[in-house]
Write a protein that binds this ligand. Sequence first.
Ligand code: GTR
Length: 322
Amino acid sequence: MFRMTTSAIALALLAAPVAAETWRTWAIHPEGYPNVTALQSFAEDVAAMTDGEIEPQVYPGGVLGAQPDAIEQLRAGAIAVGNFNMGPMGEIVPATNVLSLPFIFRDVDHMHAAMDGEIGQRFSDALSEEGIVALSWMDSGSRSFYNTKKPIQTPEDMAGLKFRVMSNDLYVQMVDSLGGNATPMAYGEVYQSLKTGVIDGAENNYPSFESSNHYEVAKYYSITNHLIIPECICVAKSVWDETSPEMQEMVREAAVAAAQEQRELWAERSDASKQQVIDSGVAVNEVTDSAAFQSAMEPVYAKFIEANPDLEQLIRDIQAIE
Ligand code: GTR
């Protein structure tokens, strides 16, 4: 009778083709959006680098769920990878709320300087404690208010208008402090809600305003630049911990390259989206007094620091970056 020795079994196992592992990859944006294109490059690179052992499969358009739900699915390991905005992340990882403080970053360069350095590592550490491994940081431009009624020039113009915000209480406070009314709502519901008048407006960057078709309904876009929120390519820690160090290195390299690609595509798309909405008849205006919007945020900061004294230093460290 033929009997395999232990070493023969080990050899046979080594030679056996390893079953490819599919990594369900969540994306909220549609095909062609910079983040989705970059995630698709990430998927291709990972499959090539790991010889097909890991095959990320990108599901665009939020088909795997709305963002807060998708974050929970990632933590449960049902989704392996996601391109998440740090806004809705704040409800789960409190430190990331610092990134949702209005005007925390002076501009996108300031955000890059923070996130690409030691500060970014502090956010990664906080995410990791909640089961989320951030591999690289993508851009999301800056967000401004848009609505169906009139140009916003000063905070007073927000009175009586109802704005959709992402799911995070900080944004409710933000809109309240500006004198408007806030309604947290899933991204996918905004278009219809604008159309039927359930809300008067929302806030977002140009590419989202354009690709979601919100601009077809909301004809006033007022440049407040109140939020500059980074996004991640994040992997479920449960999945990550089962990945060999060699493969982890490859996946990380692919994620860093994808974020670089996204930032380049983002800059182009931002300009193109802005032009597209203007061409379609959206009135884009600079606010007359941007300092008024900033000073209205003082109570939001005060309340936040009071509730999160341990995060004050992080805020100060970000503000201190030249
Ligand atoms: C976009 C962001 C999405 C989502 C969306 C929203 O700018 O890329 O992840 O957060 O905004 O407003 O819900």
